[in-house]
Design a protein around this ligand. Structure first.
Ligand SMILES: CC(C)(COP(=O)(O)OP(=O)(O)OC[C@H]1O[C@@H](n2cnc3c(N)ncnc32)[C@H](O)[C@@H]1OP(=O)(O)O)[C@@H](O)C(=O)NCCC(=O)NCCS
Length: 338
């Protein structure tokens, strides 16, 4: 049985059964990844970044105890001019047409909400590649995920990298996000990197307007994701010359996500990126003692940042693809009527 589902009003039993389904998917598709915990799962599903709406469906079947259990889930995030899909089917019920049914529901709804295309993040070396390609989704953008195991880090080298901080800049650590008086300068530096043509679906808080950035940070906190920021401030002008962002999610607090590292054009070539990334790791080691790994995603060709990550000890792990498809084509292939 598949039904539209609102995580805001869902019972704790439903949330916990969804978590169980999600972790079975992780064990099969991403066996090296940490399993998710129940903490903030409801908020993770409920809270969205400014301007984004989420619509969810749940697939259930009877369980051994006379109740029901979750065997599949789909949600579509409606943002800007695209609907972004996430579909999960429990491994023991795959290849029975459930994935197709969930895809058809989300695509039909996106069509009725006025959208003409959908996108999805597809993890390399999983059956999701064959699934989406079988419906005509096309590859649009490739990123490579890398993982840093903190136990293998050469901390003496990291301390040295952090101390190589360049003269004329102050490096600051801000747990929780940039202080309010720096949000505007911070947003300006983030805006420098924004490249709407790069094709990345980018579901992170890509907020270059100070007000939206504040809202995005508040949303991260509500979702149980604690942001940490290291900034390099240009002493002479007070500008944010460089920044790096890491988030520790309550759902998998042993593995943090490294988000953006940006150095403003006028300040590039001075080693600021190395210094701020190294400082971040030193700070995380003391404020998040349970942390064992950090993961990050880099676009192909982003050689400078990939070089620094390799020097720090990140090892590439998998391809992470953005796929896209036109809704009218999908509706035709799925045999979905208006
Ligand atoms: C991708 C996924 C949703 C597919 O669900 P499903 O219920 O098995 O899909 P369907 O049964 O509807 O398959 C539809 C078609 O997709 C293709 N397909 C699906 N899985 C495939 C596989 N393993 N190999 C080849 N083709 C496959 C086939 O063409 C299939 O049609 P067929 O069975 O008639 O040949 C499911 O495998 C899944 O949840 N994967 C995990 C996704 C993920 O993101 N994991 C990592 C994050 S934790």
């Amino acid at each position: 049985m598949v039904r539209e589902w609102d995580p805001r009003t869902a019972s704790s039993a439903e949330i916990s059964s969804l978590l169980d389904c999600l972790n079975q998917v992780f064990r099969t598709d991403l066996p090296g990844d940490p399993l998710w915990r129940p903490h903030f799962l409801r908020e993770y599903l409920t809270e969205t970044m400014p301007g984004v709406r989420r619509i969810c469906w749940l697939a259930e079947q009877p369980d051994a105890g006379g109740g029901t259990e979750v065997v599949g889930h789909v949600n579509v995030l409606l943002l800007g001019d695209i609907g972004v899909l996430e579909i999960l089917v429990r491994p023991d019920v795959r290849r029975t047409g459930l994935g197709r049914q969930l895809l058809a529901l989300a695509v039909r709804r996106a069509y009725h909400e006025g959208f003409s295309s959908v996108g999805v993040e597809v993890i390399g070396d999983t059956c999701a590649v064959e699934f989406y390609e079988s419906f005509g989704f096309a590859r649009q953008f490739r990123e490579i995920r890398s993982v840093l195991r903190l136990a293998s880090v050469d901390w003496a080298a990291i301390e040295k990298m952090a101390q190589d901080a360049v003269s004329g800049y102050e490096v600051e650590f801000h747990p929780g996000g940039p202080p309010d008086d720096l949000v505007e300068a911070y947003a300006r530096t983030k805006a420098e990197q924004s490249d709407p043509a790069d094709g990345d679906l980018d579901l992170r808080p890509s907020s270059y307007d100070p007000e939206r950035l504040r809202e995005s940070l508040a949303c991260l906190h509500r979702r149980g994701m604690t942001p940490y920021i290291v900034l390099a401030r240009h002493s002479a002008s007070g500008e944010v010359a460089g920044l790096t962002e890491v988030v520790v999610p309550a759902q998998h607090p042993t593995r943090a996500d490294q988000y953006d590292t940006i150095v403003a054009q006028a300040h590039q070539g001075r080693g600021i990126d190395r210094a701020i990334k190294a400082r971040m790791l030193l700070e995380l080691r003391s404020v998040e003692p349970a942390l064992t790994e950090v993961q990050t995603w880099n676009a192909e060709g982003d050689e400078e940042i990939i070089g620094i990550n390799t020097e720090i000890g990140y090892r590439s792990d998998r391809d992470w693809w953005d796929y896209g498809a036109d809704i009218p084509m999908l509706m035709h292939r799925l045999g979905v009527g208006n």
